[in-house]
Design a protein around this ligand. Structure first.
Ligand SMILES: Nc1nc2c(ncn2[C@@H]2O[C@H](COP(=O)(O)OP(=O)(O)O)[C@@H](O)[C@H]2O)c(=O)[nH]1
Ligand SMILES: [Mg+2]
Length: 332
């Protein structure tokens, strides 16, 4: 008799499961936080008790889901439970899952980067955000992603403030065999961006990823600098930048909202990347980002970062994200 094989199944279905498993483990801190409120919910056939909804409310707030979303969800669940539409804890859990996914619908939009049409200009993508949030590593990971798709990628080292920043981007460029336009430390970042766009146009590049500085201590200066980079690039292509992506460190929780507001005043933000969700119990901030003030709440979340590896930068999809937050057991 052979032993049952508990190891990695050889079938193709093993891959998506592993992919989800890594997402789930990346989000384990937030899931653990939520589980303190969900503990009662996983008891299946048990009837819904009042305490469960209160625990859930507290847990949602603890993970930085935000007041508005939390109250909307709790009042919806309370009303349904009151109408006896939710037979038991399992039904409540399913309703919660559905409500959470729905709350994220407005921030789902893929970042479309395609081969350039003949006569078209390269797509210019700015990455902005506070120091240390993950701009440069996000650019490196995306350079690999798009290169692997067969696109002609170029990088611009627009964070000229720190020498290490230029070297860090150049290292990514070398590793992925992608050209990097750079100047010496301390040079004008608008001039780097201008050179890079010119070079990208001359070389028929599909996509140019532009790194920028993030010294928030010199706030006014930083905002002026970003506005200037944008102005200068428009001289070469009035439609550029085609995307301005704000990178946020998920660990700052609700603070991310004020960063969106601030940066959006300097350059209109077209999309978000939320990194470091693996290091925090505040991954609920995605819900807060999806329900902030009218002009900001529909800014798409293009990618989330759930670890340092290249595969840990993921296209944001609400269903697996919510499933990974709620599933307290391994089963998919
Ligand atoms: N754990 C974790 N670390 C990340 C993630 N994204 C970026 N980092 C790390 O954050 C640090 C700062 O990143 P960097 O790209 O230099 O930030 P920048 O100053 O905005 O360019 C690096 O050590 C990255 O490896 C993530 O999703 N999870
Ligand atoms: Mg950097």
């Amino acid at each position: 008799m052979t032993e049952p094989n508990n190891q990695t199944p050889a079938s193709e279905s093993a891959e998506p499961k592993g992919f989800f498993g890594k997402l789930r483990s990346g989000l384990s801190k937030t899931r653990a936080q939520l589980a303190t409120g969900l503990g009662n919910l996983i008891l299946g056939e048990k009837e819904i008790n009042e305490g469960a909804l209160e625990d859930l409310e507290a847990a949602l707030l603890m993970t930085d889901v935000g007041m508005e979303t939390t109250q909307a969800i709790i009042s919806d669940l309370t009303a349904r439970a009151g109408r006896r539409e939710l037979a038991n804890m399992t039904a409540l859990y399913e309703a919660l899952n559905e409500l959470l996914v729905k709350r994220l619908a407005n921030v789902v939009k893929p970042l479309v980067i395609e081969p350039r049409q003949p006569e078209a200009m390269p797509k210019v993508v700015f990455f902005v955000g506070v120091n240390g949030v993950g701009k440069t590593t996000t650019i490196g990971k995306l350079a690999k992603r798009y290169k692997n798709k067969g696109l002609n990628v170029m990088l611009a080292a627009g964070d000229t403030f720190r020498a290490a920043a230029v070297e860090q981007l150049q290292a990514w460029g070398q590793r992925e065999d992608v050209p990097v336009v750079a100047q010496a430390q301390g040079s004008d970042s608008a001039s780097v961006a201008f050179d890079a766009v010119q070079s990208a146009q001359a070389k028929g590049v599909d996509v140019l990823l532009v790194d920028t500085a993030g010294r928030l201590q010199a706030k006014a200066q930083l905002m002026d600098e970003l506005a200037k980079i944008q102005r200068v690039v428009k001289r070469l292509d009035p439609d550029a930048p085609h995307e301005v992506i704000l990178v946020l460190d998920g660990g700052v929780g609700q603070n991310a909202l004020s960063q969106v507001k601030l940066f959006n005043e300097a350059v209109p933000i077209t999309g978000l990347v939320v990194t470091k969700l693996d290091g925090t119990a505040k991954a609920g901030v995605l819900f807060a980002l999806a329900s902030q003030s009218a002009e900001l709440k529909d800014i798409p979340i293009y990618f989330i970062g759930v670890g340092e590896g290249i595969e840990d930068l993921r296209v944001f999809e609400p269903e697996p994200f919510v499933a990974a937050l709620l599933q307290t057991t391994e089963a998919v």
